[in-house]
Design a protein around this ligand. Structure first.
Ligand code: VAH
Length: 317
Protein backbone atom coordinates (compact mmCIF):
# COMPACT_ATOMS: atom_id res chain seq x y z
CA UNK A 1 0.00 0.00 0.00
CA UNK A 2 1.43 3.45 -0.88
CA UNK A 3 2.14 5.73 2.04
CA UNK A 4 0.59 9.13 2.68
CA UNK A 5 2.60 10.82 5.43
CA UNK A 6 1.48 13.92 7.36
CA UNK A 7 4.26 15.86 9.11
CA UNK A 8 2.94 18.41 11.61
CA UNK A 9 5.51 21.05 12.60
CA UNK A 10 7.30 20.89 9.24
CA UNK A 11 8.84 24.36 9.64
CA UNK A 12 10.75 23.33 12.76
CA UNK A 13 14.31 22.11 13.30
CA UNK A 14 13.39 18.40 13.06
CA UNK A 15 10.40 18.84 10.73
CA UNK A 16 12.36 20.60 8.01
CA UNK A 17 14.86 17.77 7.67
CA UNK A 18 12.34 15.00 8.24
CA UNK A 19 10.12 16.23 5.39
CA UNK A 20 13.12 16.29 3.05
CA UNK A 21 14.24 12.80 4.09
CA UNK A 22 10.74 11.30 3.82
CA UNK A 23 10.16 12.90 0.41
CA UNK A 24 13.44 11.41 -0.82
CA UNK A 25 12.16 7.97 0.22
CA UNK A 26 8.45 8.14 -0.61
CA UNK A 27 8.25 10.89 -3.24
CA UNK A 28 7.27 14.54 -2.80
CA UNK A 29 3.52 14.07 -3.23
CA UNK A 30 3.41 11.30 -0.57
CA UNK A 31 4.53 13.66 2.20
CA UNK A 32 2.20 16.46 3.33
CA UNK A 33 4.17 19.11 5.19
CA UNK A 34 2.14 21.17 7.63
CA UNK A 35 2.63 23.87 10.20
CA UNK A 36 0.71 26.58 12.00
CA UNK A 37 2.78 29.14 10.10
CA UNK A 38 3.22 29.52 6.33
CA UNK A 39 6.10 27.53 4.84
CA UNK A 40 9.64 28.67 5.56
CA UNK A 41 12.10 29.25 2.72
CA UNK A 42 13.40 25.70 3.22
CA UNK A 43 9.86 24.31 2.98
CA UNK A 44 9.03 26.46 -0.04
CA UNK A 45 12.19 25.14 -1.71
CA UNK A 46 11.07 21.54 -1.14
CA UNK A 47 8.43 20.40 -3.66
CA UNK A 48 5.33 18.72 -2.27
CA UNK A 49 2.03 19.61 -0.60
CA UNK A 50 1.85 22.03 2.35
CA UNK A 51 -1.11 22.65 4.66
CA UNK A 52 -1.72 25.15 7.45
CA UNK A 53 -2.50 23.10 10.57
CA UNK A 54 -3.23 24.11 14.16
CA UNK A 55 -3.08 21.07 16.46
CA UNK A 56 -5.39 22.85 18.91
CA UNK A 57 -8.13 23.33 16.27
CA UNK A 58 -10.10 20.05 16.06
CA UNK A 59 -12.18 21.15 13.06
CA UNK A 60 -9.02 22.06 11.14
CA UNK A 61 -7.39 18.77 12.09
CA UNK A 62 -10.49 16.74 11.13
CA UNK A 63 -10.52 18.42 7.72
CA UNK A 64 -6.81 17.65 7.14
CA UNK A 65 -7.12 14.02 8.26
CA UNK A 66 -10.27 13.54 6.12
CA UNK A 67 -8.70 15.22 3.07
CA UNK A 68 -5.37 13.34 3.15
CA UNK A 69 -6.25 10.08 4.96
CA UNK A 70 -2.63 9.74 6.19
CA UNK A 71 -1.09 6.29 6.73
CA UNK A 72 1.57 7.83 8.97
CA UNK A 73 1.55 10.99 11.11
CA UNK A 74 4.61 12.69 12.65
CA UNK A 75 3.63 15.22 15.34
CA UNK A 76 6.60 17.53 15.84
CA UNK A 77 4.80 20.70 16.93
CA UNK A 78 5.87 21.60 20.48
CA UNK A 79 7.09 24.38 22.73
CA UNK A 80 10.60 23.49 23.94
CA UNK A 81 12.24 23.82 27.34
CA UNK A 82 13.40 27.44 27.48
CA UNK A 83 10.32 29.00 25.84
CA UNK A 84 8.15 26.65 27.87
CA UNK A 85 9.40 28.23 31.12
CA UNK A 86 8.43 31.66 29.77
CA UNK A 87 4.97 30.45 28.63
CA UNK A 88 4.18 27.46 30.90
CA UNK A 89 0.40 27.17 30.35
CA UNK A 90 0.76 27.62 26.57
CA UNK A 91 3.49 24.95 26.53
CA UNK A 92 1.37 22.51 28.52
CA UNK A 93 -1.66 23.13 26.30
CA UNK A 94 0.17 22.80 22.98
CA UNK A 95 2.31 19.84 24.02
CA UNK A 96 -0.48 17.91 25.77
CA UNK A 97 -3.81 18.87 24.13
CA UNK A 98 -2.12 18.86 20.73
CA UNK A 99 -0.87 15.32 21.29
CA UNK A 100 -4.26 14.07 22.51
CA UNK A 101 -6.00 15.53 19.45
CA UNK A 102 -3.58 13.71 17.15
CA UNK A 103 -3.85 10.42 19.04
CA UNK A 104 -7.66 10.57 18.86
CA UNK A 105 -7.75 11.41 15.13
CA UNK A 106 -5.15 8.71 14.44
CA UNK A 107 -7.48 6.16 16.05
CA UNK A 108 -10.57 7.58 14.29
CA UNK A 109 -8.94 7.59 10.85
CA UNK A 110 -7.09 4.28 11.41
CA UNK A 111 -3.62 5.78 10.88
CA UNK A 112 -1.14 2.89 10.65
CA UNK A 113 1.74 4.56 12.53
CA UNK A 114 2.26 7.72 14.59
CA UNK A 115 5.58 9.28 15.61
CA UNK A 116 5.87 11.67 18.52
CA UNK A 117 9.18 13.11 19.82
CA UNK A 118 10.02 12.94 23.49
CA UNK A 119 13.25 14.23 24.99
CA UNK A 120 15.95 13.59 27.55
CA UNK A 121 14.14 16.45 29.31
CA UNK A 122 11.83 13.79 30.83
CA UNK A 123 14.62 13.08 33.32
CA UNK A 124 15.13 15.32 36.32
CA UNK A 125 17.42 16.20 39.25
CA UNK A 126 16.99 12.81 40.94
CA UNK A 127 17.45 10.73 37.78
CA UNK A 128 20.86 9.05 37.43
CA UNK A 129 22.93 11.63 35.54
CA UNK A 130 25.48 9.32 33.89
CA UNK A 131 24.49 6.63 31.40
CA UNK A 132 20.86 7.34 32.33
CA UNK A 133 18.88 4.11 31.87
CA UNK A 134 15.59 3.61 30.03
CA UNK A 135 13.81 3.03 33.36
CA UNK A 136 14.67 5.10 36.46
CA UNK A 137 13.40 7.89 38.71
CA UNK A 138 12.01 10.66 36.50
CA UNK A 139 11.23 13.98 38.19
CA UNK A 140 11.46 16.62 35.44
CA UNK A 141 11.07 20.16 36.78
CA UNK A 142 10.34 21.97 33.49
CA UNK A 143 6.90 22.22 31.90
CA UNK A 144 8.43 20.92 28.69
CA UNK A 145 9.93 17.96 30.57
CA UNK A 146 6.81 16.87 32.39
CA UNK A 147 4.62 17.49 29.35
CA UNK A 148 6.88 15.07 27.48
CA UNK A 149 6.78 12.58 30.39
CA UNK A 150 2.97 12.75 30.49
CA UNK A 151 2.90 12.45 26.70
CA UNK A 152 4.94 9.25 26.88
CA UNK A 153 2.36 7.82 29.28
CA UNK A 154 -0.47 8.77 26.88
CA UNK A 155 1.36 7.18 23.91
CA UNK A 156 1.76 3.88 25.78
CA UNK A 157 -1.90 4.11 26.91
CA UNK A 158 -3.18 4.54 23.32
CA UNK A 159 -1.06 1.58 22.22
CA UNK A 160 -2.37 -0.67 24.99
CA UNK A 161 -6.01 0.51 24.93
CA UNK A 162 -6.61 1.18 21.23
CA UNK A 163 -3.77 -0.74 19.53
CA UNK A 164 -2.45 2.51 18.02
CA UNK A 165 1.09 1.92 16.69
CA UNK A 166 2.62 5.08 18.15
CA UNK A 167 6.40 5.23 18.44
CA UNK A 168 8.70 7.74 20.11
CA UNK A 169 12.32 8.74 20.74
CA UNK A 170 13.77 10.70 23.67
CA UNK A 171 15.93 12.97 21.53
CA UNK A 172 19.08 14.51 23.00
CA UNK A 173 19.90 18.08 21.98
CA UNK A 174 19.83 18.18 18.17
CA UNK A 175 22.40 19.95 16.01
CA UNK A 176 21.83 20.67 12.33
CA UNK A 177 22.52 23.32 9.69
CA UNK A 178 19.34 23.24 7.57
CA UNK A 179 16.98 24.82 10.12
CA UNK A 180 17.40 26.82 13.32
CA UNK A 181 16.60 25.31 16.72
CA UNK A 182 13.32 26.31 18.30
CA UNK A 183 13.93 27.84 21.72
CA UNK A 184 15.53 25.08 23.71
CA UNK A 185 18.30 24.81 26.28
CA UNK A 186 20.63 23.04 23.84
CA UNK A 187 20.35 25.76 21.18
CA UNK A 188 23.82 27.04 22.13
CA UNK A 189 25.33 24.05 20.34
CA UNK A 190 23.89 25.33 17.03
CA UNK A 191 24.37 29.07 17.57
CA UNK A 192 28.09 28.53 18.30
CA UNK A 193 28.73 27.35 14.73
CA UNK A 194 27.04 30.40 13.19
CA UNK A 195 29.01 32.78 15.43
CA UNK A 196 32.28 30.92 14.88
CA UNK A 197 31.93 31.54 11.13
CA UNK A 198 30.50 35.09 11.41
CA UNK A 199 32.59 36.64 14.19
CA UNK A 200 35.11 34.04 15.38
CA UNK A 201 33.73 34.15 18.91
CA UNK A 202 30.72 33.00 20.90
CA UNK A 203 29.36 33.71 24.38
CA UNK A 204 27.82 30.49 25.67
CA UNK A 205 24.73 30.76 27.87
CA UNK A 206 25.69 27.40 29.41
CA UNK A 207 28.70 27.31 31.73
CA UNK A 208 31.95 25.44 31.25
CA UNK A 209 31.61 21.86 32.40
CA UNK A 210 27.91 21.58 31.41
CA UNK A 211 27.91 18.18 29.71
CA UNK A 212 24.72 17.29 27.81
CA UNK A 213 23.72 14.48 25.44
CA UNK A 214 23.60 15.81 21.88
CA UNK A 215 23.12 14.34 18.40
CA UNK A 216 23.78 15.40 14.83
CA UNK A 217 20.52 15.86 12.92
CA UNK A 218 21.54 13.34 10.26
CA UNK A 219 21.70 10.66 12.96
CA UNK A 220 18.43 11.83 14.54
CA UNK A 221 16.55 11.64 11.23
CA UNK A 222 18.05 8.23 10.42
CA UNK A 223 17.08 6.96 13.90
CA UNK A 224 13.52 8.24 13.47
CA UNK A 225 13.06 6.51 10.12
CA UNK A 226 14.76 3.31 11.39
CA UNK A 227 12.35 3.20 14.34
CA UNK A 228 9.30 3.81 12.14
CA UNK A 229 10.41 1.19 9.60
CA UNK A 230 11.10 -1.48 12.25
CA UNK A 231 8.62 -4.40 12.41
CA UNK A 232 6.06 -3.77 15.18
CA UNK A 233 7.08 -6.93 16.97
CA UNK A 234 10.58 -5.52 17.46
CA UNK A 235 9.26 -2.50 19.40
CA UNK A 236 9.38 -3.29 23.14
CA UNK A 237 9.13 0.32 24.34
CA UNK A 238 5.81 2.10 23.75
CA UNK A 239 6.56 5.13 25.92
CA UNK A 240 9.72 6.48 24.28
CA UNK A 241 13.19 5.14 23.47
CA UNK A 242 16.35 6.58 25.04
CA UNK A 243 18.78 7.72 22.38
CA UNK A 244 22.31 8.62 23.50
CA UNK A 245 24.17 10.56 20.81
CA UNK A 246 27.39 12.31 21.85
CA UNK A 247 27.91 13.97 25.24
CA UNK A 248 30.11 17.05 25.41
CA UNK A 249 30.59 20.33 27.24
CA UNK A 250 30.69 23.81 25.63
CA UNK A 251 34.49 23.90 25.98
CA UNK A 252 34.87 20.48 24.36
CA UNK A 253 32.75 21.67 21.44
CA UNK A 254 34.76 24.89 21.20
CA UNK A 255 38.04 22.96 21.17
CA UNK A 256 36.81 20.87 18.24
CA UNK A 257 35.74 24.02 16.35
CA UNK A 258 39.14 25.64 17.06
CA UNK A 259 40.84 22.77 15.19
CA UNK A 260 39.06 24.01 12.03
CA UNK A 261 38.77 27.72 12.89
CA UNK A 262 42.02 28.59 14.68
CA UNK A 263 41.59 31.54 16.98
CA UNK A 264 37.92 30.89 17.64
CA UNK A 265 37.15 32.08 21.17
CA UNK A 266 34.40 30.99 23.56
CA UNK A 267 33.29 32.97 26.60
CA UNK A 268 30.50 32.35 29.12
CA UNK A 269 27.58 34.49 30.25
CA UNK A 270 26.38 34.11 33.83
CA UNK A 271 23.02 33.51 35.52
CA UNK A 272 21.22 32.43 32.37
CA UNK A 273 17.94 30.64 33.39
CA UNK A 274 18.75 27.85 30.96
CA UNK A 275 21.67 26.77 33.16
CA UNK A 276 19.33 25.40 35.85
CA UNK A 277 17.42 23.47 33.17
CA UNK A 278 20.62 21.95 31.80
CA UNK A 279 21.82 21.07 35.32
CA UNK A 280 18.62 19.03 35.84
CA UNK A 281 19.22 16.87 32.78
CA UNK A 282 21.40 13.78 32.27
CA UNK A 283 25.02 14.12 31.17
CA UNK A 284 24.92 10.88 29.17
CA UNK A 285 22.31 8.29 28.16
CA UNK A 286 22.11 4.49 27.92
CA UNK A 287 20.35 3.61 24.65
CA UNK A 288 20.80 -0.18 24.79
CA UNK A 289 17.08 -0.79 24.20
CA UNK A 290 17.23 1.09 20.86
CA UNK A 291 20.37 -0.83 19.91
CA UNK A 292 18.86 -4.20 20.81
CA UNK A 293 15.30 -3.67 19.52
CA UNK A 294 15.89 -1.96 16.17
CA UNK A 295 19.65 -2.07 15.63
CA UNK A 296 20.43 1.56 16.37
CA UNK A 297 24.04 2.63 15.75
CA UNK A 298 25.35 6.20 15.91
CA UNK A 299 27.38 7.44 12.90
CA UNK A 300 28.47 11.01 13.82
CA UNK A 301 30.97 11.53 16.62
CA UNK A 302 32.01 15.04 17.71
CA UNK A 303 34.82 15.61 15.14
CA UNK A 304 32.70 14.30 12.26
CA UNK A 305 29.70 16.44 13.29
CA UNK A 306 31.79 19.62 13.65
CA UNK A 307 33.43 19.07 10.26
CA UNK A 308 30.05 18.50 8.56
CA UNK A 309 28.39 21.47 10.27
CA UNK A 310 31.17 23.92 9.37
CA UNK A 311 31.58 22.44 5.89
CA UNK A 312 27.92 23.09 5.10
CA UNK A 313 27.35 26.33 7.02
CA UNK A 314 30.35 28.10 5.50
CA UNK A 315 28.60 27.93 2.12
CA UNK A 316 25.44 29.66 3.38
CA UNK A 317 26.70 32.15 5.98
C1 VAH B 1 15.43 21.67 24.30
N1 VAH B 1 16.29 21.02 22.11
O1 VAH B 1 16.54 22.16 24.52
C2 VAH B 1 15.33 20.63 23.17
C3 VAH B 1 15.66 19.23 23.62
C4 VAH B 1 17.13 17.76 25.04
C5 VAH B 1 16.78 19.16 24.64
O2 VAH B 1 14.53 18.57 24.05
O3 VAH B 1 14.42 21.96 24.93
Amino acid sequence: MSEKILVIGANGQIGTELVMALRNIHGAEAVVASDINSPTYAMRSSTGPFELVNVLDKDNLHHIFDKHRPTQVYLLAAILSAVGEQKPKMAWDLNMTGLLHILDFAVEFKVAKVFWPSSIAVFGPHSPQHHTPQYCVMDPNTVYGFSKLAGERWCEYYFNKYGLDVRSIRYPGLIGWKANPGGGTTDYAVHIFHQALKTGKYESFLAEGTALPMMYMDDAIRATISLMDAPAEKISIRSSYNLAGISFTPEQLAAEIQKLIPGFEISYSENDPRQAIADSWPKSIDDSYAQNDWGWQLEYDLPKMVADMLGNLKNII
